[in-house]
Structure formats: C-alpha cells, structure tokens
Ligand binder design. Structure first.
Ligand code: SF4
Ligand code: SF4
Length: 339
C-alpha cells in the first residue's frame, strides 16, 4: 500500500502529465466530468457521480473514422490513425470500472473495434473506492464492490490522504515512487462503507427472472405502457449511462471532401436504426421496452448472465421524468420488499 497527501495530488499529477495524458474528474462550469488534466485544473476526485461516465475515455461521444478526398474524378480514402499513446485514467468508481467489462464484450468481440481496442490497450486505470454512496446507488446488485474496485491501481481517500495499491505490473510501476503506508485506515473505511451500502434503499433488488428463460414473460408484461407513458424520448438516460454503446455513423461534407464520423445514438430516439421501410419500433413504449429489455434480459442471456447495468444511478438522477431502471425492475417483479 502507498499513500499521497491530497495536498500533494496536483504536484504528482503535474509530474505524471509530463509523460502521459491524464484523464480524471474535473469541475467545469459547475459540472464534474472526466477531462484531460492540465496544471491548475479543478480536480474533483471526491465527486461521487460524474455527470457523464468514464466510458468517454474509450468510446468518445464523437470520433472521426476516415476521410474521403476528391480531386477531379478520383477519390482517395484517408484512414484515421489509432490512438496509440499511453494514458492514465484516474478516479474511476467501481460501477464505471465494471462498465468496461460490458463494453469489452461488445467492442472486443467480432466485429472487433480497433479504435476502442487501442485506447483500452494504452490505458492505466486507477479506480477510486466509494465511502459515501448515496440513495441512488445500487451497484452491489450487479456484483460491484465499490469499497474495493478493480483496475490497475485501486485507491481510497481517507482523511485527506489518497491510499493506493497496485493490482497489475503497470499499476505497481505507476505508484512505485510514492510513500509506503499501512492499510488500517482503508480497512476501517471499507467496513463503514459496507454498513452504509447494506442500508441503501435499492440495495436488495431481486433480479431473479431477468434472464433468457423469462424473455417472453418480461417482454409481454402489461406494465410497459404505464412505465413508459411519461418518457419524452430525450435520450438523456442513454447518454449518461456507462454501458450504453449504440452509435450512428454519418458523413459530413467539409467542402473539400467527406469526413466519416461516429457519434453516440440512443435507442430512445424515434429515428434510431431508421431504414427505408421505416422504423422497427414506431412507438415510445417499444423503444422504452427495448432499452430495459436489452439491459436486463437480452444482454445477460447472450453474455453469461452479465447485466448491462452497473447500478451507477445516473439515469435515476438525470431523467427529467423520473423514470429509471429501478422502477422497471420493481414493476416487473424485482423488489424483494414486495415479496
Ligand atoms: S431520460 Fe427519461 S424521459 Fe429521457 S428518454 Fe430516458 S427514460 Fe425517457
Ligand atoms: S441503466 Fe442507469 S443505473 Fe444502470 S448503468 Fe445505465 S445509467 Fe447507470
């Protein structure tokens, strides 16, 4: 175990940033999001829940994929170089770290995504344990231990000190120069946090029955109409979600050629996967059902039981209509308190 006084954090980050890009929670215009560190940035490690998740580090909201240039009658294709530089991603909470496992299942299986894979390969991930989970957190339902998240390095903040332990070779190398510490303060904090977690209102959702064997039962439930009635189709829930990974590919005419880029898309939008014959899900009920069936039934039934939700609580906090996945789980039978 190593330690670093939080008062020395900027100094450490400045030194690290001389050789590698650092991405971590930064406060900008009253919001905290993952951003690239520069000396003087308002780092906010203690923010429990960044507005957007850490997935942007591997799957950015917009990225260029290739360019086409035309000269006379000839067209040339320019590839976009992959991001092959090492970087450090700091302050990742256990839920967001778990989301990388879900994204890997999508982007690193056939068809393999080289843009995502390059970033994953070059990242050193420093997770940060939670000590003050709030009433919107329910990650423990999905196998996350927020008191001991994974990553190349795990860190904890206790009384103004950052404690760090390496889990991989590159993690160990990253923190090698820091001062040695004993782990007693960390163990004490973990025990206190586990007591809080146990008492959270959504700590004990019952996910039994959310699997491929109950697909038609969940799909045909009469509850979907009521559950989705207030949905605006704004897509906020998908944009803040660490596990949503749908994207669109578009061409932009720059005047000198065409830029082909991809950008996040949302299954909540009426033009999502729009085809010449129209759309497969013409109503918001169908779109709403698709989002939650995918997270709770389709994805786990195709991925060894792994749900495509990590209980981060962002959709609970951000939906303007107060709709969310917990309400869906409860309505479809997943509330142990109702049994
Ligand atoms: S954030 Fe809420 S209102 Fe907006 S699309 Fe998602 S469920 Fe619907
Ligand atoms: S569905 Fe909601 S709680 Fe689950 S990972 Fe996405 S934003 Fe977080």
């Amino acid at each position: 175990m190593k330690k670093l006084l939080l008062s020395k954090l900027d100094e450490w980050l400045t030194t690290l940033s001389e050789t590698q890009r650092i991405i971590l929670p930064i406060k900008q215009t009253d919001q905290v999001n993952f951003g690239v560190y520069a000396p003087g940035a308002e780092v906010s490690l203690e923010t429990l829940r960044t507005v957007k998740s850490a997935k942007d580090a591997f799957f950015p909201q917009v990225e260029n994929m290739m360019n086409f240039r035309s000269e006379g009658k000839s067209i040339s294709v320019e590839t976009v170089p992959l991001e092959e530089e090492d970087f450090i991603l700091i302050g990742v909470r256990g839920c967001d770290e778990k989301s990388f496992e879900i994204l890997d299942r999508v982007f690193l299986s056939d068809p393999f995504d080289p843009f995502y894979a390059a970033r994953r390969k070059h990242a050193t991930i420093v997770t940060l344990a939670c000590s003050r989970p709030d009433e919107n957190c329910f990650c423990t339902n999905f196998g996350v231990d927020p008191t001991n998240p994974k990553g190349d390095v795990t860190s904890w903040i206790v009384d103004g000190t950052l404690y760090l332990t390496g889990n991989t070779e590159k993690g160990e190398a990253l923190i090698a120069s820091l001062e040695d510490a004993n782990d007693e303060p960390v163990a004490a904090q973990q025990n206190k946090t586990r007591e809080i977690l146990e008492k959270l209102p959504f700590a004990h959702l019952d996910l039994n029955g959310f699997d491929g064997d109950h697909l038609m039962e969940k799909f045909s439930s009469s509850k979907w109409a009521d559950l989705s009635e207030a949905c605006l189709g704004c897509g906020t829930c998908t944009f803040v979600c660490p596990t949503c990974q749908c994207y669109d590919i578009r061409d932009y005419d720059t005047g000198r050629g065409v830029q082909r880029y991809r950008c996040w898309d949302s299954c909540m939008y009426s033009d999502f996967t729009l085809m010449a014959h129209g759309t497969n899900r013409p109503t918001q009920v169908e779109r709403f059902r698709q989002r939650f069936m995918h997270k709770l039934v389709y994805f786990p039934s195709n991925n060894d039981g792994t749900y495509s939700c990590v209980g981060c609580g962002r959709c609970l906090v951000k939906c303007p209509q107060n709709l969310n996945i917990v309400k869906v789980i409860k309505a479809l039978g997943g509330d142990r308190n109702d049994n």
